[in-house]
Design a binder for this molecule. Sequence first.
Ligand code: ZN
Length: 320
Amino acid sequence: MGTKHNHELIFMEPVLQKRIWGGSRLKNEWGYDSEQDKELGECWAVSCNEQTDSRVTEGEYRGKHLSQLWREEPELFGREADGTEFPLLIKIIDAKENLSVQVHPDDTYAEEHEHSKGKRECWYILDCPPNAELIVGTHAKDRDELKRMIEEKKWDDLLNRIPVKKGDFIQIDPGTIHAITAGVELLEVQQNSDVTYRIYDYDRLQNGTPRQLQLQQGMDVINVSDEISEESVIHPKSKDNILQRLISTCDYLVWTIRVNGVASVGRIANSFLIGSVLEGSGKCNGQLLSKGMHFIVPHDYSLDRIEGNLRINFAAPVYS
Ligand code: ZN
């Protein structure tokens, strides 16, 4: 089928966000634009919310914002104009220091208490130090033990750590305590929500005062029976030029592909996709791709010919 709209990828302009734990790689290694060169924690690569509204960098929609496309060109996204919010947020995170230990609510809790969507997220590890570990889940047997260990600040005993390597992939469900640790750089695909309950911030100060914790809400939503272990980490092992699905949840699907030569993957979802070029460079149906680019693949667009030497991750929302 295909309408006049659906014949090109729509590239988005990344926006950097300052964070006290951020580094300088987003500017120096990814080439993203910023006036400063430290504490650059997050690249909001494809974003459509009150904080950042991604802008199209080239082509037919150049200069338009994602919110405008979402509202005015629903067919690009394979949907009706139904007043719902853009579903996903794509970030690259550069943690020079540890991020706070945190947890996110699910949709039900967030809608009731925050008038927001909940936050499910997942991580594709782009870089990390040797022997890196992420904090995912806890060792608490039940809610009473969790409460006691938090009150007594027994963080080392409480927090579960999992080893990770470059190229690993991890799903973080709402209710699972988690933290990105110093030195890790990752691609995050998440629900379009910013509701975070901070449990522990290493007693750090920001402008002389500790950042606020949200222990009560955190206790409400922490899932103590989550079974997170080393087996929860996916080690993608696909051959070159073969698309590999990393995860399928009720909110999104994520795939990765390493292209070396030519790959043809066609259409891989019934909605639109968001593509992120994580390594290398090449072309997709003639359009140039290089590391650090993020783009919308319109509904009905077919990824017929991806060529070059590059890795791309794709995310698709699941429409409810
Ligand atoms: Zn999080």
